[in-house]
Design a protein. Structure first.
Length: 187
């Protein structure tokens, strides 16, 4: 990420951040496989301060290994929900990642998202006029509900006795299926 490149021997320029931003969003991976994007990455790699990093990115995209990288990251996130540290492991050709990550590191990285979630909770409470006392039960679902910092946001507001969960990995799909059934019966 902190690699630079030069155009016609000029001043060092940062590698285009959009490549890393796109890599960070699974739904944009296929868009990165366009000949223009692949050619641009290869061209920048020719004058890059660390060309191997960009060639690793290029191979990751070309070989469609992004999903495997996401799986490795997802596994690390899951482990951090149960323990204080883990090792992120991923290997593809010359790219080898073996990095210890602590829960504190992870929570600092997701801190802006936690702040947005906290603001959304507070906004929902304010808009409904119920306040925390007006909420009997909070049901958390989805894989994110296992993240201790996320769960703590709700515990801080509603108390542990009112926060519950279950069917974390199927409830979202079940809900979407129910919406579809309802939509097809009313059409």
């Amino acid at each position: 990420r902190d690699t630079t490149y030069r155009v016609m021997g000029g001043q060092p320029l940062p590698v285009p951040i959009e490549w890393y931003a796109s890599l960070g969003r699974w739904h944009r991976l296929s868009l990165m496989r366009t000949p223009q994007t692949l050619r641009s990455i290869e061209d920048v790699a020719k004058t890059a301060s660390d060309p191997q990093k960009l060639r690793n990115l290029l191979r990751l995209i070309e070989d469609q290994e992004g999903q495997n990288l996401y799986r490795a990251i997802g596994q690390a996130k899951t482990e951090l929900s149960r323990q204080d540290s883990t090792v992120l492991r991923f290997a593809h050709k010359d790219l080898k990642i073996e990095q210890t990550i602590t829960r504190a590191d992870f929570e600092s990285w997701i801190s802006p998202d936690l702040d947005k979630l906290a603001a959304a909770i507070d906004d929902a409470l304010e808009r409904t006029g119920l306040g925390t006392a007006g909420i009997d039960r909070v049901f958390l679902t989805g894989g994110t509900s296992f993240v201790p910092a996320v769960r703590q946001l709700f515990i801080d507001r509603f108390g542990a006795h009112r926060v519950d969960g279950g069917s974390e990995f199927v409830s979202v799909a079940e809900g979407l299926a129910l919406i579809e059934v309802e939509a097809s019966t009313t059409a």
